[in-house]
Design a protein around this ligand. Structure first.
Ligand code: NAP
Length: 240
């Protein structure tokens, strides 16, 4: 078996760390400038579209793909599932369960980034835990103070007035997040429903501070095999 592990999440790294000696390669999109070191041979950068991915599978003699990309990386997941089915390569998606609100949480579910503005009064201070890729979709929040946290120092100016970047590399503890949101005077938190324990800390901090959360729902899921835990992902690898 030659395994391709599609990474970009903490769990992909955990899976890789438990595959020593396996014939496996991890692939990163290259979105983060200095990604954490990976415990497996690593390739970085897109495959060059669907045709490039088909070619890569063949050239690298890949026989199984474990897709541990982010739950919002919908394009790579749908494409990979489809192509693997087409060419007869085993495929599974690692997909963490979504977050669900607990007692004391004040969440409003939204379907798109643009919808957030309909829930947020002018002049509010808004913290975006959504990354920089989809930042332009929040342009209708101009008139608010918008703070977008990202891992790398910004390479370009903030795309709309009233906003700024804040550089920070996870993980962040609840104590860190409470201190940060208090210092910044955050009125609203916007997040994607990524799931997973490490980044839930911002939601716990919001609950403790009484900050309302706008929770962006996950993109629709296709009909392909899914595992929800690192252990099940490793079990799948053992069976292929
Ligand atoms: P996407 O829209 O689904 O994919 C865009 C393109 O990025 C793909 O067509 C592919 O390029 C390339 N790509 C994505 N993941 C790759 C991987 N693991 N290895 C090689 N190429 C990859 O993905 P995205 O939302 O931009 O996310 C990009 C990466 O960031 C993913 O690996 C994801 O796990 C990670 N990430 C995403 C989010 C998020 O909120 N979307 C959050 C945290 C981390 P080609 O067409 O050239 O092959």
């Amino acid at each position: 078996m030659t395994l391709l592990l599609l990474g970009g999440t903490g769990e992909a790294r955990q899976i890789a760390a438990r595959l020593p000696g396996h014939d496996a390669v991890i692939s990163l999109a290259g979105a983060t400038r200095n990604p954490a070191a990976q415990p497996l041979p690593t390739r970085v950068g897109g495959f060059g579209g669907a045709a490039g991915f088909r070619r890569y599978l063949k050239d690298a003699s890949i026989t199984a793909v474990l897709d541990a990309t982010h739950p919002f990386a919908a394009a790579i997941t749908a494409r990979t599932a489809l192509i693997c089915r087409e060419v007869g390569v085993a495929y599974v998606q690692f997909l963490r369960p979504p977050w669900v609100p607990a007692a004391g949480d004040n969440w409003t579910q939204i379907r798109t980034e643009a919808e957030a503005a309909t829930h947020i009064p002018h002049g509010s201070t808004v913290f975006l835990g959504t990354g920089r890729q989809t930042l332009a979709n929040f342009a209708n929040l101009a008139g608010c103070t918008v703070i977008c946290r990202q891992i790398d120092p910004p390479g370009q100016p903030f795309p709309f007035p009233g906003g700024r970047f804040l550089v920070g590399r996870p993980p962040f503890s609840v104590t860190d997040e409470v201190a940060l949101f208090s210092d910044l005077g955050v009125d609203y938190l916007i997040v994607k429903n990524a799931g997973g324990a490490p980044s839930r800390t911002k939601l716990t901090a919001a609950r403790e501070l009484g900050i309302p959360v706008l929770m962006i729902a996950r993109p629709p899921q296709g009909n392909w095999p899914v595992v929800a835990t690192v252990d099940d992902a490793l079990k799948w690898v053992g069976e292929h």
